[in-house]
Design a protein around this ligand. Structure first.
Ligand code: ZN
Ligand code: ZN
Ligand code: ZN
Length: 223
């Protein structure tokens, strides 16, 4: 038993000719293949299922219409028939009060998405809008969260920077303290130097006074 949903299940505006109908699924041929020897056509999908069925049951593959055997490779894609079928006019699957669309089968394949019958209405429409709003809110919340994460990361960096600044301020204070201590030592040293200079001056004064005395004595001795 071959089960198939191969062909195009549409209502054609003009009756579908028998040679454009698949004998397996009884729908309009979809991706038709033609048998080379008898000329019968099948949907590609329907033919593949026939082949599969024959293989699984060790049967010779044969045309279901005339029982002619189908040698390997005696089948080809029927592009011309495919074009003919796609050019035929069909009614929308929802044809009636809500949709009166009629058009080529190739366009009907894309009509479903635009069919007014498929358009959401009332509560359904509201539910979709609500879902979109909720999705938007969720997206926004995710963005806020990621922003907060960045802010927190920056705050951490800022804390570390502040810590470094404070550490440098401490070092600076210690350095300033040392500088001040050195300045104190320098003042003391300068004071000592000045005191020594005073002492030196006094000594030099005494030396000069003694020299004067010596010179005076020498003069006395020379007489
Ligand atoms: Zn078929
Ligand atoms: Zn045949
Ligand atoms: Zn429609």
């Amino acid at each position: 038993m071959v089960e198939s949903v191969g062909g195009y299940d549409y209502e054609f505006v003009t009756n579908l000719p028998e040679d454009l109908t698949c004998v397996v699924c009884h729908f309009a041929l979809k991706n038709p293949v033609q048998l080379e020897d008898c000329g019968h056509r099948f949907c590609k999908e329907c033919f593949d299922q026939m082949k599969q069925h024959a293989m699984e049951n060790y049967l010779e593959l044969s045309c279901p219409l005339d029982r002619q055997q189908i040698p390997n490779g005696h089948v080809f894609k029927d592009k011309a028939t495919e074009r003919t079928i796609l050019n035929l006019s069909v009614k929308c699957r929802n044809f009636g009060e809500e949709c009166t669309w009629i058009g080529e089968l190739r366009e009907a394949l894309n009509h479903g998405a635009n069919c007014p019958k498929n358009a959401p209405r009332g509560n359904e429409k509201f539910a979709i809008e609500l879902q979109q709003i909720l999705n938007g809110m969720a997206e926004l919340a995710a963005k806020v969260k990621s922003s907060e994460g960045k802010v927190r990361a920056n705050e951490e960096k800022l804390k570390i920077s502040e810590g470094k600044v404070r550490a440098n301020e401490e070092k600076l204070k210690i350095s300033e303290g040392k500088v001040r201590a050195n300045e104190e030592k320098l003042k003391i040293s300068e004071g000592k130097v000045k005191a020594n200079e005073e002492k030196l001056k006094i000594s030099e004064g005494k030396v000069r006074a003694n020299e004067v005395k010596i010179t005076a004595n020498e003069k006395k001795n020379c007489r």
